[in-house]
Write a protein that binds this ligand. Structure first.
Ligand SMILES: NC(=O)c1ccc[n+]([C@@H]2O[C@H](COP(=O)([O-])OP(=O)(O)OC[C@H]3O[C@@H](n4cnc5c(N)ncnc54)[C@H](O)[C@@H]3O)[C@@H](O)[C@H]2O)c1
Length: 325
């Protein structure tokens, strides 16, 4: 059985991926944070000595690099992005080379494209705006320069929860800033939802975004693992997006239809930088990885997120928000 190291295994995507892959590969998790549900090595990627020892001892066949300062928030000290994104990736790549580990999958983001309301593809212009996106783009360059056998996956909005056997795993960021987890939770808890602008050039005036179910994300990573284990000297950048391109109002309506709870919402002014459409084609993922979104229809996404929210509330875990008004 091949051995896979997942960095950032205590996070949202990492913990889902751990359970998704654990019967197919020998999984070793790494995170600077402790977690109750996973057996993993606590290691900060900034601690290069500890990282070197770990890779030397464990010799994974492939690394899925998810660890990052992933919250998109310009009030966060820029140094945290520099350390946990750029420096952490440099250390990981150095340590992989030193220990002759050749395969890496890197989780990048759609946020580094120049947003122009057109359907994006991998050749679209790059123009990262946020510190988060700028540092993720730097990581891509570091990995490209390393000549490792590599797939870079640029994710669009990852959402919803994953059920594996009797376990349910989902998103619990603090603060929560993503749209779907925020408005599903607020609908169920009867809290006020803010919609940033209803005068965009879309069918109902609210922004259109591309949403991908976490199970499709895990499957894209699994297919990338198989691709790298069967190929050499590759460097592929692949967008992972879905066919669920929805407006904010369409999402609100879907939630209301399923929960039968009215949304309490207020339309407030646009956030700077938001564009009408942020969507992409997934032709390359189909071609290279034989991947297509299977679970990313909006009803499935919302239903699985609702189930996760009820699980959180039952276990007295509460989402926290920062309102960007
Ligand atoms: N969630 C999304 O919608 C989305 C979209 C695009 C890209 N991504 C990317 O996917 C990856 C995973 O996203 P997520 O939502 O699971 O993020 P997350 O914030 O939930 O998890 C990231 C994990 O990385 C760990 N980490 C951070 N710095 C570290 C370090 N120096 N050493 C060791 N561990 C460290 C954190 O402790 C955390 O557990 C990130 O790289 C993110 O940029 C996510």
């Amino acid at each position: 059985m091949k051995k896979i190291l997942i960095t950032g295994v205590s996070g949202y995507i990492g913990s889902c991926l751990f359970f998704f892959l654990k019967d197919k590969f020998k999984i070793l998790g790494l995170d600077k944070k402790k977690t109750k549900i996973l057996s993993h090595k606590q290691c900060n990627l900034l601690d290069i000595k500890k990282l070197n020892l770990l890779l030397k001892k464990e010799k994974p066949d492939l690394v899925v690099h998810l660890a990052a300062q992933s919250l998109v928030d310009e009030t966060i000290n820029k140094n945290r992005y520099y350390l946990n994104n750029i420096l952490a990736t440099k250390n990981l790549v150095l340590s992989m080379k030193k220990n002759n580990i050749k395969n890496i999958i890197f989780s990048s983001t759609a946020a580094l494209y120049k947003f122009n309301n057109k359907i994006l593809n991998e050749k679209s212009a790059i123009s990262p705006k946020s510190t988060y996106a700028k540092t993720k783009f730097e990581c891509e360059k570091i990995i490209k320069k390393s000549n490792l056998n590599c797939v870079i996956l640029r994710f669009f909005n990852v959402c919803s929860s994953l059920k594996i056997k009797k376990r349910i795993i989902g998103e619990l960021h603090n603060p929560e800033t993503h749209l779907i987890p925020t408005i599903v939770y607020k609908n169920i808890c009867k809290k006020k939802i803010y919609i940033y602008g209803d005068n965009y050039n879309t069918k109902d005036g609210t922004c259109v975004r591309d949403y991908v179910h976490i199970k499709d994300i895990c499957n894209a990573i699994k297919k990338s693992i198989n691709y790298l284990l069967n190929n050499y000297n590759k460097f592929e950048i692949i967008n992972i997006s879905s066919s669920s391109k929805k407006t904010n109002f369409e999402i609100l309506n879907t939630i209301k239809q399923i929960t039968k709870i009215d949304n309490i919402y207020q339309v407030v002014k646009r956030r700077s930088g938001d564009v009408d459409y942020l969507t992409c084609s997934n032709t390359k993922a189909k071609l290279k990885l034989n991947w297509s979104p299977i679970y990313s229809n909006i009803n499935k996404i919302i239903k699985d997120e609702i189930e996760w929210v009820y699980y959180l509330l039952k276990n007295k875990k509460f989402r926290k928000f920062k309102n960007y008004l």
